[in-house]
Design a binder for this molecule. Structure first.
Ligand SMILES: Nc1ncnc2c1ncn2[C@@H]1O[C@H](COP(=O)(O)OP(=O)(O)OP(=O)(O)O)[C@@H](O)[C@H]1O
Ligand SMILES: Cc1ncc(COP(=O)(O)O)c(N)n1
Length: 268
């Protein structure tokens, strides 16, 4: 069985963070492992407290995983501080980890900040150059590129700039666009759109975490990047359409929609 590691924060309400990652990886047919960067006290309405782990404890978790069950892919989510970002980069370089998906988490859907301002520069310098693909939403792509995005041409321009600055593929997600939920992948000098009908729901807590984990799972199974993004896009669209409605705020997705195991299929 192929394996994937999520390096991310815990969401006590189960919709985003490590909990979304483990559910997504399992449904996508890979063995899911985790290294926690922080605990958050969080629900569908907001984040009330954050407790970071120490850099040493994060290193211990990553080492414990790599020295025993080497992950075929790694997904990185919420990492709040420069010290933790440096620890991750250093360990992933030491293990020559492959198939690294970086979701540059900056805020929760509810608006709470999940990265310290000064750590954004460290994320750019240390993690993006290691990424097979980085998956910013529109506000994150604006911060990473330094460009304002007004439309789909702006998404392409920002993705090209990020890709050229940090030498990684970029998936600029259109969940925050006013139009359809179209995501733009820029890889090897080519732009490709992954189109998606906008689903009328406010229950989008954890969409970013889910999409990046689904991409990592499919890379772990041996699919190429474009196929992995398409399969992840299909997965998120189906999970959003399953119409779970939990909590008083922006609710989580239902990952148990695929009982036939269609998404768990391996590459031929
Ligand atoms: N209402 C929607 N209908 C269909 N697809 C959506 C919708 N909202 C988000 N998506 C899709 O979900 C994925 C995550 O995109 P989004 O831009 O929402 O990421 P994010 O902002 O990191 O996540 P979050 O909103 O949880 O913070 C993308 O593939 C996006 O197109
Ligand atoms: C621990 C943790 N990690 C990430 C997110 C962002 O998730 P989303 O933007 O999908 O709500 C979150 N809310 N909590």
């Amino acid at each position: 069985m192929r394996t994937a590691l999520s390096i991310a924060g815990s969401d006590s309400s189960g919709g985003a963070g490590i909990q979304a990652d483990l559910k997504t990886m399992t449904m996508n047919g890979v063995f899911a492992m985790s290294a926690l960067t922080a605990l958050t006290a969080q629900n569908t309405t907001g984040v009330t407290a954050v407790m970071e782990v120490t850099p040493q404890f994060l290193q211990n978790q990553i080492d414990a995983v790599f020295e025993d069950i080497r992950p075929d892919a790694v997904k990185i989510g919420m990492v709040a501080s420069s010290e933790l970002i440096r620890t991750i980069a250093q360990r992933l370089r030491a293990y020559e980890a492959a198939n690294i998906v970086v979701d540059p988490v900056m805020a929760a859907t509810s608006g709470a900040r999940l990265i310290k301002e000064e750590a954004i520069e460290t994320l750019k310098e240390e993690l993006l150059p290691l990424a097979t693909v980085v998956t910013p939403n529109i506000p994150e792509a604006e911060i990473l590129s330094g460009e304002t995005i007004h439309n789909e041409d702006g998404m392409v321009a920002a993705a090209i700039k990020i890709s050229e600055m940090y030498h990684c593929a970029v998936l600029c997600k259109g969940g925050h666009s006013v139009n359809d939920a179209n995501d733009l992948l820029y890889v090897d000098g080519k732009a490709r759109w992954f189109t998606g009908r906008r689903i009328a729901t406010s229950n989008t807590h954890g969409t970013g975490c889910t999409l990046s984990s689904a991409i990592a799972s499919n890379l772990a199974k041996g699919f190429d990047l474009e196929t992995s993004v398409q399969r992840a896009k299909d997965y998120i669209s189906r999970a959003l359409s399953a119409n779970l409605d939990l909590g008083k705020g922006s609710g989580p997705m239902n990952h148990a929609f695929d009982l036939s195991g269609e998404f768990a299929k391996e590459a031929e």
